[in-house]
Write a protein that binds this ligand. Structure first.
Ligand code: S3P
Length: 173
């Protein structure tokens, strides 16, 4: 491992950030933190409830607070929510406190993974009034440059298992 700071995982929903973070934490004997878990614990509410009560901008405020907290904490593998790179302040914080790995996949594969994973519907409220496939395609296009700008490493996860992605990262690191 080359870094002495946090390792952030960014990327859209369904790219395997949380599961890959768990594999990397085990491989490198590091602590792992899921930013969405930190937000829910601090708010005492699910992400869906946070969105329902205060809307997306309230959620983004809590996300920035949670990011500040974990960024200031001990060195960890931090899996970010898919929209954590939206705020410039967050991107600056990520860049100044660690290295960031972007887990990517084709839009088609992300759509298929997200739509197949019904268990995540509870946690991931719709962000727009579009159909889920349209929303994913639109958000991906909007965010692609931000994922690129926020990350030091880009890993294409298309067609790969979580274990394959994790071992690829361990090898290149
Ligand atoms: C979001 C992704 C979610 C969660 C929230 C918003 C997004 O995290 O932070 O529902 O804007 O893409 P995951 O990427 O871990 O699902």
């Amino acid at each position: 491992m080359k870094t002495s700071a946090h390792i952030y995982l960014t990327g859209f929903r369904g790219t395997g950030k949380t599961s890959v973070a768990a594999r990397l934490a085990a491989a490198w004997a590091m602590e792992k933190i899921d930013l969405d878990d930190v937000i829910e614990a601090a708010a005492g509410k699910s992400i869906r409830q946070i969105f329902a009560v205060g809307g997306e901008s309230h959620f983004r405020d809590l996300e920035t607070e949670a990011l500040r907290l974990v960024a200031a904490g001990p060195k960890s593998i931090i899996s970010l929510g898919g929209g954590a790179i939206l705020r410039p302040e967050n991107r600056t914080l990520i860049a100044s406190t660690g290295q960031c790995i972007w887990l990517d996949a084709t839009a088609d594969e992300i759509c298929n993974r997200v739509l197949a994973d019904a268990s995540t519907a509870e946690r991931r409220p719709a962000l727009t009034a579009l159909s889920q496939r349209e929303e994913i395609t639109r958000l991906l296009a909007e965010r692609e440059d931000l994922y690129r700008a926020s990350s030091d490493y880009h890993v294409d996860t298309s067609g790969k298992s979580i274990d394959e992605v994790a071992s690829e990262i361990v090898k290149i690191w």
